[in-house]
Ligand binder design. Structure first.
Ligand SMILES: [Zn+2]
Length: 251
């Protein structure tokens, strides 16, 4: 992966937008691993991030207490020896564990040229709230998202999802892009649970990934639904919402 990148000129790199650059790195890494797996015709899901990092990307991964770097440290990278350290706290959350590994891979792929001794990441670095993050963390998170949830595979899983239900994938994909009660229900109760299971990522990570995908001129996940998708749901909260809505309308 990294050897391939070195052959590219600096001029070429700066003409690529940051988001595409991260996607290109992630795609190159996945393609490299897939070819090493006797040329698998397609990527396996979930992406075997830990296995492929060690088997094909010459990275060692160790789980150890990282509190010496500060409370709340989740992951660290030693680029010189291609060592990724993961705090045991992440092992209880498979999505967080996998995303942390992919985040450190993102630093290794994109930031090795900085010749830093190490990268140290706490929950803030992995928070996905880009406005609060340094450019390096944004790039590492984007790499992780593209690495764990490649565009083509997210769409293929969605088509498989609707195919399993015997409905027309095109119609339902279009339906998902509009902020309606119906699409909210599908996103919240069916689509996101299915995708997070397939890709073994957190709900938040998948939600943000779907926000960056396009169906025609629409984002796959409408921005208006984001907070609703993550909000707790249940019969009681639905009843209360309706009550408040009726009061507002009648007042
Ligand atoms: Zn980081």
């Amino acid at each position: 992966m990294l050897r391939n990148r070195k052959s590219r000129s600096h001029k070429h790199l700066v003409t690529i937008s940051p988001q595409n650059r991260a996607e290109e790195y992630a795609h190159s890494a996945l393609d490299f691993c897939r070819k090493r797996e006797q040329g698998l015709p397609r990527l396996p899901l979930p992406i075997p991030a830990e296995l492929w990092a060690e088997k094909h990307l010459r990275v060692k991964i160790a789980v150890e207490d990282l509190s010496i770097y500060g409370e709340g440290t989740l992951g660290a990278l030693r680029p010189d020896c291609r060592l990724i350290l993961i705090d045991p706290i992440t092992e209880h959350h498979v999505g967080l564990y996998r995303f942390t590994i992919a985040h450190e891979l993102g630093h290794l792929a994109q930031h090795k040229y900085l010749r830093l001794d190490r990268f140290v990441d706490d929950a803030g670095c992995l928070s996905l709230s880009e406005s609060f993050l340094s450019y390096l963390e944004v790039e590492a998170n984007r790499f992780a998202a593209y690495f764990l949830m490649p565009s083509k595979d997210v769409f293929e899983e969605l088509i498989r999802f609707f195919g399993l239900r015997g409905v027309n994938p095109d119609d339902y994909l279009a339906m998902l892009t509009f902020p309606t009660d119906r699409s909210l229900w599908w996103w919240k109760h069916r689509v996101l649970p299915f995708l997070t299971e397939s890709f073994q990522v957190s709900l938040t990570a998948m939600m943000i990934r779907c926000r960056t995908l396009q169906v025609g001129t629409h984002t796959l996940l409408p921005a208006q639904l984001e907070s609703e998708v993550l909000a707790p749901s249940g019969r009681l909260s639905t009843i209360l919402q309706r009550m408040y809505y009726r009061r507002a309308v009648n007042s």
